[in-house]
Design a protein around this ligand. Structure first.
Ligand code: C2E
Ligand code: MG
Ligand code: MG
Length: 710
């Protein structure tokens, strides 16, 4: 018995179960479903090993594809379902804790190999079947020589009844007879074949050896050959076949006729092309995907001396906000529009645009002048993004950050080039976005990569590398400290203290945000209790930020209740901050847990208010009790006198908030003048460097004591 309920073996088994459920209904196996699952289990294990292996081995994927054919999963639908299943579940159940991005890439290459192995095995099986028919025909033919009567009838039956196309021609190529199946494949009655010569059936895509094999056969130098060959039908369309041609000899062994057996593979070929297309293109935008881009980049980098490449790695600025606030459908439309614009920027030969995932795109240019051309390409892209995108009646401004890498073939691997581009893009983003930067090897070496941080995150939580700083929330009326916001930091062993902007998005992507958020909540609530014990005078409240993923996590309410109870802290002491963009467009299901928390007495604050695309009328249906005005409002009050329009806006928001019974907190107060202005405008509490920067919990306690006594 395994003590661990969810070990790799269990997950592998679950993957095999899902796989067998998906594929079993479309197989023609005589096995039961559980037996079929047993058969898939070793294949699943093979995929898992190939997924995690140090070096990629396409043979493994091909072997699994071939094994599917062996298991009677010969229907193209069975392959399609198997690939869907690998796409959706392989990394999930078998990916361990490996780097997701690489695993995904590996998984799609495996799918590719599976499709190829499947097609190959299917083809070999068909050839074997054809061979058997040819044998039967030859046998029948042999019998013709001995007992014409019965054999003639048998041969007729084989000839006419066969599902496969059969034709007989003499050694000069004159067609003598074709069966019904062959006529149907060509779609033009027997007349289409009469007086035709085999040698007329050339096709532009004929492999060079096709006609060499033919000549050898009619000269009697070979008994048969198999090829894949295309034909033009009388109506001009193309018929693809698996063609087997055999030499028929007379009773004395002299070559006499040629017998062609052909199977129509047009559909299967189309399916293969479609599978290849789907495996290499992004379903949303139709652009080449990461797999195809990698193939292309690898090819360019493997090209000989003198070849140069230039690559632009684009990430949209603030796409997440648009997605969160306007919904995924609008986000998708935006991506499609961006994809179209990018494509129009890279139309020259040797140029290519691909979508790597999410809001990340790449544009590649090649050729001896790539160094110069890539700069122009980046400028064209920035330019193409300038015009706003109209979606649902709104004009959305799209901006992007681009990392440019340029170089000669043969110096670096594709993965290294992409890593450098990613780091450079990130540098452009950190410098404020809406710009492009050129890769710099020194900066690359120093860079803290997203990938590196992402893989280090889980262990960091276990090793206790996170800590919390607290920033006081001050009452604007009397200047007293009312509480504090908990802001998490990561003391990274190599890179020192990292701010939440560096790692919260990564934790959100990987799901680690749930345990991390729970840890922050637990620590903060305990801290609130410690403050209360030392500072009797009215409890200090604690604000804790919640990520959108935490909102949808089913354990949110229960976890919060447990944490409060364990610490012996009243719900009223806690305020959960949720960003505006996470709540706008939220349906009732999403709001339910927040509503339950609000009913218990937990405050809910709308964080960064004013940055999303929300409308104020929406506020009424949200279970919030506090508005936190975004820093940008405070910033606009920095100059003196402040812009009267800005003042009016803030005043309006404050009065609307108060009329809805919401308290207003302002963020980013850096000067006394700002504080005074905001007090006059009616804001209730404030937070900012003017009062204190985020700091250790003891500091807050001292501050609170000062104003309690002073
Ligand atoms: P936020 O919730 O809007 O937090 C306020 C941010 O403004 C903090 O940045 C704070 O250090 C900064 N700030 C405070 N006063 C001033 C000022 O006077 N001037 C300026 N220029 N900035 C000021 P920080 O700590 O980098 O946090 C960034 C964001 O990370 C937070 O924005 C919050 O959304 C997120 N975050 C922080 N801790 C957590 C957490 O535990 N969980 C989650 N989910 N998100 C967190
Ligand atoms: Mg906050
Ligand atoms: Mg904020």
């Amino acid at each position: 018995m395994s003590a661990e309920p969810d070990g790799p073996e269990d997950r592998l088994r679950r993957f095999a179960t899902i796989w067998s459920r998906a594929v079993f209904p479309v197989t023609s196996t005589s096995l039961t479903r559980p037996e079929f699952e047993e058969l898939l289990l070793p294949l699943a294990r093979r995929l898992r090993l190939a997924l995690l292996a140090r070096a990629f081995d396409a043979d493994e994927g091909r072997a699994v594809g071939a094994a599917l054919v062996g298991a009677h999963c010969t229907d193209p639908e069975a392959l399609s379902r198997a690939l869907d299943c690998v796409e959706a579940y392989l990394v999930l159940y078998c990916g361990e804790d490996g780097p997701q991005e690489e695993l995904r890439l590996r998984s799609s290459r495996l799918q590719h190999a599976m499709a190829a192995g499947f097609a190959q095995a299917l083809r070999e099986r068909t050839l074997a079947e054809q061979e058997a028919i040819a044998q039967a025909a030859l046998q029948a033919q042999g019998v013709v020589a001995q007992a014409l009567h019965t054999s003639e009838a048998r041969f007729r039956a084989v000839f006419e009844g066969a599902a496969i196309g059969i034709g007989i021609a003499d050694l000069d190529g004159n067609v003598l007879q074709v069966n019904g199946a062959l006529q149907r494949m060509f779609g033009g009655g027997e007349g289409a074949f009469r007086a035709r010569n085999v040698k007329d059936w050339t096709h532009a895509e004929d492999a060079p050896q096709v006609w060499k094999l033919y000549d050898e056969l009619v000269r009697g130098e070979r008994e048969h050959y198999h090829v894949e060959k295309a034909f033009y039908r009388p109506d001009g369309t193309v018929l693809w076949t698996n063609l087997t041609v055999s030499l028929l000899r007379d009773a004395d062994g002299r070559p006499q006729y040629q017998l062609a057996l052909m199977e129509d593979t047009t559909e299967r070929r189309l399916l293969n092309l479609r599978l290849r297309y789907e495996a290499t293109h992004d379903a949303l935008t139709g652009l080449p995907n990461r797999t195809l881009f990698f193939e292309r980049l690898e090819k360019v980098l493997a090209a000989g001396e003198g070849q140069r490449f230039g690559l632009c790695y684009l990430d949209l600025d603030g796409f997440k906000t648009i997605n969160d606030s306007l919904g995924h459908a609008a986000g998708d439309r935006l991506l499609v529009e961006v994809a179209d614009r990018l494509q129009s920027c890279a139309t020259a030969p040797g140029e290519m645009v691909a979508r790597l995932g999410g809001d990340e795109f790449v544009a590649l240019t090649t050729g001896p002048n790539a160094r110069h051309e890539v700069d122009e390409l980046a400028a064209r892209i920035m330019n193409a993004l300038l015009a706003p995108v109209r979606i649902e009646g709104r004009e959305l401004t799209v901006r992007g950050s681009i990392g440019i890498v340029e170089g000669a073939a043969g110096e670096r691997s594709a993965a290294e080039v992409l890593r450098s581009a990613d780091i450079t893009m990130y540098r452009a983003k950190s410098a404020g976005g809406n710009r492009f930067e050129l890769a710099d090897p020194e900066a690359d070496a120093r860079a803290i990569t997203r990938h590196g941080l992402t893989t280090a995150l889980p262990a960091a939580l276990e090793r206790g590398e996170f800590f919390i700083e607290y920033q006081p929330l001050v009452h604007l009326g009397d200047g007293s400290v009312r509480g504090a916001e908990a802001l998490v930091r990561w003391l990274h062993p190599q890179h020192g203290v990292l701010g939440p902007d560096r790692f919260i998005p990564l934790a959100e992507d990987t799901g680690l945000i749930v345990p991390l958020g729970r840890w922050v909540l637990e620590q903060s609530v305990r801290q609130a209790r410690a403050w209360r014990e030392r500072h009797g005078d009215g409890p200090l409240r604690i604000n804790v930020n919640l990520s959108p993923c935490q909102l949808t996590h089913p354990g949110l309410v229960q976890d919060t209740v447990d944490i409060l109870e364990r610490a012996g802290v009243e719900p009223q002491v806690l305020c959960l901050e949720v960003t505006e963009s996470a709540l706008i467009g939220a349906d009732d299901d999403l709001l339910k847990p927040l509503r339950r928390l609000a009913e218990m007495g937990v405050d809910i604050a709308l964080d960064d208010f004013g940055t999303g695309y929300s409308n104020l009328a929406n506020l009424r249906r949200l279970p919030v009790s506090v508005l936190k005005l975004d820093r940008s409002f405070t910033q606009s009050m920095q100059q003196f006198p402040a812009d009267p329009v800005d003042l009016k806006i803030v005043e309006g928001i404050v009065s609307l908030a108060h009329s809805l019974d919401l308290a207003v907190t302002v963020e980013g107060v850096e000067t006394g003048a700002q504080a005074e202005q905001l007090r006059i405008l009616g804001c209730d509490t404030a937070q900012g460097w003017y009062y204190a920067r985020p700091g250790p919990p003891e500091r807050l306690h001292q501050l609170a004591l000062v104003d309690a006594t002073g």
